[in-house]
Ligand binder design. Structure first.
Ligand code: ATP
Length: 132
């Protein structure tokens, strides 16, 4: 099966660098499956799990938004945050979800509401990836 190099980088570290057969991401215009030899492009990513297909196995990574860059030689995800299931602290994500829900329930300005909504999305993304 043909493959390409997928790198996932955050401001803190390189989270992933492996040859894969396919990656499915949630871009600004919906789900997108990237196979080898895709034309070069850049697109923003939503806060959502990405799915990596490699040697008939599948793995998920929680990506907290960022950009997907398809280059000639590799595909790079520049992520705000990215965690493999084993890196995710479920209790922390559940606590973050509760805090965000409480803030969304309170009377706050639009800015606080947006921040809480994004925190909720990050927490739910992590919980979904952790729980497979
Ligand atoms: P929290 O409120 O728990 O800090 P957050 O969504 O505000 O969550 P981020 O700002 O997205 O956190 O991430 C900050 C750093 O903490 C990143 O390195 C991210 O990978 C890590 N991180 C955040 N939540 C978790 C988690 N539940 N398990 C493991 N790492 C996490």
């Amino acid at each position: 099966m043909s493959s390409f190099l997928l790198e996932i980088v955050t401001p803190e570290r390189k989270v992933y660098a492996e040859d894969v057969n396919m990656v499915i991401v949630k871009g600004s215009e919906g789900e997108m499956g990237i196979m080898p030899n895709h034309i070069p492009m850049v697109t923003p990513l939503k806060i959502a799990p990405i799915t990596i297909k490699k040697n008939n196995a599948e793995e998920k990574i929680a990506v907290g938004g960022g950009f997907l860059e398809i280059r000639k030689d590799k595909v790079v995800i520049l992520a705000e945050s990215a965690e493999l299931p084993g890196d995710i602290d479920l209790a922390r994500a559940e606590a973050a979800k509760q805090r965000a829900e409480q803030r969304l329930g309170g009377k706050k300005d639009d800015y606080d509401q947006l921040r809480a909504e994004l925190a909720l999305q990050r927490a739910m993304n992590r919980i979904a990836v952790k729980q497979g």
